[in-house]
Design a binder for this molecule. Structure first.
Ligand SMILES: C[S@@+](CC[C@H](N)C(=O)[O-])C[C@H]1O[C@@H](n2cnc3c(N)ncnc32)[C@H](O)[C@@H]1O
Length: 275
């Protein structure tokens, strides 16, 4: 019988090249690329390294990621898309404001909130604005995390061009931002209430005691196995009655399996603990 490698030797070389790249990256950075959808990740990284004129994943690792911190930083930035915006999918944030928050704030005045995979900060600042408008956010706490430190630095800086702010009302802009020559900067009052921290959803411990976890537009990059583990960790991280808010293409199939029930589209309420 003819083996796969005799039929497609080139293809096998490419697969081995990627598999060994995944091992090396994990050893160097702790990031496990095998937990990300493979075809998508390969395509994304290949187009990146080809632009940088590396010839293979092996070349990209040894002569790029392993040698040059700038390439490592860019690699992290390109692994997934980082785009974000304030009030992304506005109708969903209306549900948060009109349905979810009133319920959560019926039982307590102070909420513990986590924006997981927050990218450049638009999401935690959106939460901060909404909580401030709703209840005077002084009493709530917001944790904002991402795997990429460079992106967290940008999030902390809190500077945005008009494009990222297009869904915000004039009032919100006036109240929470300072106009600068080429964009807007969030006021310290907004920034000071947010704790920015590096966190890898696939490897690090999750804090607990949250009332609301917002994790949007990152789970789409992960394998089914990785998502399965993360939903279980989110269940542990939330208080009973707490809510997981996911992205608009990230509905959970069979939420009861993870101790959740759908409270509204893309909002899952923790109903019990799962092991
Ligand atoms: C498209 S952005 C999502 C931003 C924001 N949540 C939103 O929906 O607008 C995806 C983010 O996921 C981050 N990310 C990728 N893998 C991650 C991981 N394993 N742990 C934590 N964050 C990760 C990326 O660095 C990127 O900033």
């Amino acid at each position: 019988m003819q083996t796969q490698s005799k039929k497609h030797p080139h293809k096998d070389y490419i697969n081995n090249d990627y598999t060994s790249f995944v091992h090396k990256v994990k050893k160097k950075t702790g990031i496990d690329l095998s937990m990300y959808k493979e075809a998508q990740m390969k395509r994304r990284l290949r187009s990146f390294f080809e632009k940088k004129e590396f010839s293979s994943f092996e070349d990209f690792f040894y002569n790029g990621i392993n040698k040059d911190e700038d390439v490592l930083a860019e690699f992290l930035e390109r692994m997934t898309i980082n785009v974000s915006e304030f009030l992304r999918n506005p109708k969903r944030w209306e549900i948060l404001t009109d349905v979810i928050l009133p319920r959560l704030l019926k039982d307590r005045s102070k909420l513990k909130v986590w924006s997981a995979a927050c990218s450049t900060g638009e999401e935690p600042y959106t939460l901060s604005i909404i909580l401030d408008q709703y209840s005077g956010r002084k009493s709530s706490s917001i944790l904002a995390t991402d795997i990429d430190e460079a992106i967290l630095l940008r999030a902390k800086t809190g500077f945005y061009t008009e494009k990222a702010l297009k869904e915000l009302s004039k009032d919100m802009l006036l109240h929470y931002f300072i106009k600068e020559t080429s964009g807007y900067r969030v006021k310290d009052t907004l920034r000071n209430g947010i704790r920015f921290k590096k966190h890898n959803l696939l490897a690090d411990m999750f804090e607990t005691g949250f009332d609301l976890i917002v994790c949007r537009n990152v789970l789409i990059y992960f394998t089914e196995e990785a998502k399965h583990n993360i939903y279980k960790e989110f269940n542990k991280a939330l208080n009973v009655g707490g809510v997981l808010f996911v992205g608009s293409t990230e509905q959970i199939f069979n939420p009861a399996r993870y101790g959740f029930e759908a409270e509204d589209t893309f909002f899952y309420k923790k109903i019990n603990k799962v092991e």
